[in-house]
Design a protein around this ligand. Structure first.
Ligand code: CA
Length: 469
């Protein structure tokens, strides 16, 4: 691994940003406000990238981000499904603090998204003078006032619902008002800003094109923020023949399609990186990539060696692939193994632009001091998850993780993730149970109870509750 001095030399050689930013405080960094490119995958498996050790799905462009930046091995989303997870990372505050606890319905007549009283990263950056664009899956509110252009984005290209068909010739509905049955919302025409457009081609490519086009506008000044939210590799399982042909060696049809969908996304990310290079922006651009939750049971993803899938409280539901690149602030080839949150993107960005800490406190923290070893403690005392419907919670503090119910008479599970990342050995049952493990479980329960007391109930109905008229 290169040391920091080498990084400075490299950065100086690129003559893009001062080496001082590496060691100096936020003041200096704010003088060189980074571009921010936040790329999110949907339902991608923990094991399914080259940088995560995958052998059947090569992801050379994602691997480049990891190689030139940091791979965070123990990175968590705030909930193991799309909507709440996105509400958490886009605000940097846990979504249960403001009721965005379930996947919102796509009913455009109900106030069903992140409330306007919460500040999104886009609003933070817009206020700081960034030009901003959201591309792809929104899923943060279809209601007037909660859509991308209402939330600090200058521009939007994509769709408002939580998923979408991939082939544009299937987009036969003008908008959500024409939806008559479940999943029809996957076939609306795409939106460019407020306008429904006719499109041709494969959705993942179209989203990559839109992000590249925005970054590549030479006449536009820095800094910029691009939120590129692919719906790949979420169902429906649809890939182009060109990409499927790359994976003829994979026998299982769903796995082959999943691999092809991943490859299209990875190629698109390669083009985004190239667009950043073309502007000579690489050194001072924070590029972040993660999945919004763990791999799902229905898309042939793999979360090996983690237990469980999307929706589960186990690591396979909540721990995700997570990489960041920001050459002036993060040494290349860094591997960081302490627990972090996707909410930390907002914390890192807030520090990068030297945003005053007044206003609602963020749950996300600035990761840069931790990645650079200036801080050796854990970024978070604990990381929490909440399931309102059945009164369940999970908490990780240090390497211990408790999954339990509010009703303490119901069976709970305690795992030591340092020795048992696959969560196979419940320390509260059988011969592993003892006074110490019970005391540990009680300590974690108390942490969770204190956190839960700060939360509010879900503010709107879930996706399953809406039947089209
Ligand atoms: Ca998802």
């Amino acid at each position: 691994m290169l040391n920091l001095k080498t990084v400075c030399v490299v950065v100086m050689a690129m003559a893009v940003a001062g080496c001082a930013s590496h060691n100096a405080g936020p003041e200096t960094r704010a003088a060189h406000r980074p571009n921010v490119v936040l790329i999110v995958a949907d339902d991608m498996g923990y094991a399914d990238a080259g940088f995560q050790g995958s052998t059947d799905i090569p992801t050379p462009h994602l691997d480049r981000i990891a190689r030139e930046g940091v791979r965070l091995t123990d990175a968590y989303v705030t909930f193991p499904v799309c909507g709440p997870s996105r509400a958490g990372f886009i605000t940097g505050r846990h979504q249960d603090r403001f009721g965005s606890s379930v996947n919102p319905t796509i009913d455009p007549t109900v106030p069903n998204g992140v409330p306007a009283s919460e500040l999104m990263i886009s609003e933070m950056l817009k206020e700081a003078g960034y030009r901003t664009m959201a591309v792809g899956k929104w899923h943060l509110g279809t209601y007037e006032g909660l859509r991308p252009l209402d939330r600090g984005f200058d521009e939007f290209f994509g769709f408002l619902s939580g998923g979408h068909d991939y082939f544009a010739d299937r987009y036969t509905l003008q908008d959500l008002s024409e939806v008559r049955k479940r999943w029809d919302w996957y076939r609306t025409k795409l939106l460019h800003n407020d306008e429904r457009i006719e499109a041709e081609g494969y959705l993942t490519d179209l989203l990559s094109d839109a992000a590249v086009e925005f970054i590549a506008r030479e006449h536009e000044a820095d800094p910029y923020f691009v939120y590129l939210a692919y719906n790949a590799p979420h169902t429906p399982m649809q890939a182009t023949d060109e990409y499927l042909a790359r994976f003829n060696h994979i026998e299982n049809k769903d796995r082959r399609t999943y691999a092809a969908m991943m490859a299209a996304m990875d190629d698109g990310i390669g083009r985004v990186l190239e667009a950043i290079d073309q502007r000579n922006d690489a050194a001072n651009t924070l590029v972040v990539f993660f999945s919004d939750n763990g791999g799902a049971r229905n898309n042939a993803s793999r979360n090996t060696p983690l237990r469980g899938y999307k929706s589960d409280p186990f690591e396979g539901g909540v721990r995700v692939p997570y990489i960041m690149r920001w050459p002036v602030a993060i040494a290349p080839g860094t591997v960081y193994e302490r627990p972090v949150s996707t909410m930390d993107v907002a914390g890192t960005v807030a520090a990068a632009i030297d945003r005053p800490t007044s206003g609602k406190p963020l749950d996300g923290v600035d990761l840069i001091p931790y990645l650079g070893s200036r801080r050796v403690d854990d970024p978070h005392d604990a990381i929490f998850w909440r399931w309102h419907r059945d009164g369940r919670f999970a908490v990780r503090a240090g390497d211990l993780k408790l999954i339990a119910y509010d009703d303490s008479s119901r069976p709970a599970m305690l795992f030591d993730l340092a020795t048992d990342p696959s969560e196979r050995r419940n320390l509260l049952s059988g011969e592993d149970a003892n006074d110490q493990t019970r005391a540990d479980a009680n300590r974690l329960r108390e942490l969770a109870n204190a956190w839960i007391s700060e939360l509010v109930p879900p503010a709107y109905p879930g996706l399953g509750s809406w039947m089209p008229r």
